[in-house]
Design a protein around this ligand. Structure first.
Ligand SMILES: *Cc1c(COP(=O)(O)O)cnc(C)c1O
Length: 429
């Protein structure tokens, strides 16, 4: 594969942008390649500056559930743009989107639009702290909730009580307020509650994790988490930035039948434009300014273009009664194909899938938490990634990410992918 234009662009980019990229994982560092520069995308495909064509399983890291450049979505954005791109004032589109989101996710009575998933999670914990009058939050090892200070914390080898800053620049004071538990391990959460009686404002979790690779929460674990939060008078926050409108119309909370106190959204909700949102009951959400004292604002929040793209995306999903069953069918087909390839090569890798999210872990043990995910052979993964790319398949360039299937991935694309998986795994053995 020739990608000289991308290499040239990247060598220029590093002179002007930190690490050459505007979001770290795009740098392809963990797979020892220079990143590709994408010039266009349509349906299940992306094209780079050198004219290489790829079947895309990143989907802009989740948003492109319809596939790229869907006609109706682009049409709505174009029509809206003709009337202006930002008003810094109220617009009809934001009301339409809020109503549709509430229809999809019954736990929401009020929903506030922001511009990214990071803003949504950051605002949700501020609100949880204000509502409970407590400072500490619990998150889970391997879960990602955006890049706000409070979330860039991981547990130091089991010593979960005291947060250790994961990133320089996060102060110790902030780190102390973030406690880390082990995913799918209710005992580790109970321990934190015992040690921090009446101090925990909220527990935030990806109800299906995508950011340590795809890892499902155990049903019983989530139920116990919900009960624990209720008993301890802490809020349960589902971070559905990735799972919202992805794993089901109503997100992971629909699948598990659990109503969180607050939910955060992003990715699909913006249909490829920058949107995030957070919401919950009227009682809690009414604390947000200007109906309440908790300040949270945004110059571009509820931006008409972004609202139009989000609305049209969700509207298409809403009108197609068999949308998620079709997506599940293609996803199951791909899963079966990949499993077949793995098995026929005498390998025993773990494939986790939740709807149209999946990760092939280069590990022979089940992956149910971060510690297990970390056991994967990342050197083999990197080799596999490169082989897949050179065979025209664009995967997430990290073992600890989920891949996404869109409604535009048809039988032809899936069959070509399965063939490439076989070839790439064979080279990687
Ligand atoms: C992507 C993601 C975020 C952060 O969203 P951004 O829009 O990148 O700020 C937060 N939480 C989860 C679960 C995510 O997958």
């Amino acid at each position: 594969m020739k990608y000289t234009k991308s290499i040239k662009l990247f060598s220029e980019a590093v002179k002007h942008i930190p690490g050459g990229v505007n979001s770290p994982v795009r740098a392809f560092k963990s797979v020892s390649l220079d990143p590709l520069y994408i010039s266009k995308a349509k349906g299940a495909y992306m094209y780079d500056e050198d004219g290489n064509k790829f079947i895309d399983y990143v989907g802009s890291w989740g948003p492109m559930i319809l596939g790229h450049a869907r006609k109706e979505v682009i049409g709505r954005i174009n029509a809206m743009a003709k009337n202006g791109t930002s008003f810094g004032a109220c617009c009809a589109e934001e009301v339409k989107l809020a109503k549709l989101i509430k229809k999809f996710v019954p736990s929401l009575e009020l929903v506030r639009m922001v511009n990214s998933g990071t803003e949504a999670t950051m605002s949700a914990i501020r609100l949880a702290r204000a509502y409970t009058g407590r400072n500490k939050i619990i998150k889970f090892e391997g879960c990602y909730h955006g890049h706000a200070d409070s979330f860039l914390i991981k547990a130091g080898s089991g010593a979960a009580t005291f947060g250790i800053p994961d990133s320089p620049g996060v102060t110790k004071a902030v780190a102390t307020d973030t406690l880390t538990a082990a995913y799918n391990d209710i005992k580790s959460v109970k321990k934190l509650f015992r040690e921090n009686k009446n101090k925990i404002a909220a527990v935030m979790i990806e109800p299906i994790a995508g950011n340590m690779g795809c890892v499902r929460a155990d049903k019983r674990f989530l139920r116990e988490l919900k009960d624990l939060c209720r008993n301890e008078k802490s809020l349960l926050i589902f971070d559905e930035v990735m799972t919202g409108f992805r794993v089901a119309k109503g997100g992971a909370q629909e699948i598990y039948g659990i109503k969180p106190d607050l939910s955060t959204f992003g990715k699909v909700i913006g249909g490829g434009l920058p949107v995030g949102a957070y919401g919950g009951s009227k009682k809690i959400m009414s604390m947000i300014s200007p109906s309440g004292p908790v300040y949270q604002a945004g110059t571009l929040s509820g931006n008409p273009l972004a609202m139009a793209a989000g609305f049209e995306t969700l509207n298409i999903i809403d009108k197609d009664k068999s949308f998620y069953s079709k997506l599940e069918k293609s996803s199951a087909y791909l899963e079966e194909g990949i499993r077949g390839a793995v098995k026929s090569l005498g390998l025993n890798y773990t494939l986790n899938r939740a709807g149209s999210m999946f990760t092939l872990f280069f590990s022979e043990s089940p992956v149910t938490d971060y510690a297990a995910a970390k056991k994967s052979n990342t050197v083999k993964f990197a080799k596999y990634f490169r082989e897949m790319l050179f065979n025209g398949i664009y995967l997430a360039p990290s073992q600890f990410e989920a891949c996404f299937i869109s409604i535009s991935h048809g039988k032809k694309e899936l069959d070509n992918t399965i063939k490439a998986v076989y070839k790439a795994l064979n080279m990687t053995k």
